[in-house]
Design a protein around this ligand. Sequence first.
Ligand code: HEM
Length: 201
Amino acid sequence: MRTSVYGLIVLAIGLGYAIVRYNVFGGVSVEQLPLYVTNKAVSVAGLVLIVTAVGARPLSGWLPGCGWLMDERRSMGMLGLGLSAVHTVMSLMLLNPGYFGKFYDAGTGKMHLAAEVSMLAGVVALALLVVQSRAGEGSGRSSLRWLGVGVLALSLMHLGFMGWPGWWTPGKWHGGLPPITLLSAAIALVGLGLGLVPRRG
Ligand code: HEM
């Protein structure tokens, strides 16, 4: 129950940010709100849930009132997987030069190398998430943890290869708001740090 409420809150914050950045300041038509803009919120919410699941142990020790994270980390990870799967389906519907001109070569109509590497990293991250979810309670804690770290490292690659050039041009950020790829990369980095915190016992 707490996981669903947490997921809904994260999704609402992500959607609010995406609407302000893209529809209000970025000149994106409201016609693109249902799929293109919502996809951004869904992808970030999935990532935040994965990060929270990976970091549940240290976070529950450090933050007062967060003991419940340890009990719910499995459902947290499953919801993260579900949202990432929805993000994948939405992205597949949108993947064309009309929506993502920067991914494609104008002459050949094919993807640039960086875009292909980014998409591959996303697909492998999703596959690892599925493997992790299937591994279940029976598997060693350490293998589940390393799978989570792998998912986050691949997500970072997914984001870096698609967003890197835009991270260094703050003058062009819509409304002065950082790109969601940059915010997401920071979130994934925090998750990697949490996943690498040495465990006792
Ligand atoms: C664990 C798996 C995945 C995670 C955690 C993830 C996460 C993210 C995040 C946080 C963004 C940034 C949103 C933005 O700036 O708009 C993003 C963008 C994107 N992802 Fe993924 N992703 C995953 C898998 C995939 C897969 C499998 C595909 C392939 C279909 C994909 C395609 C895209 C596309 C096309 C974008 C650009 C969206 C946009 O800018 O509107 N992702 N992803």
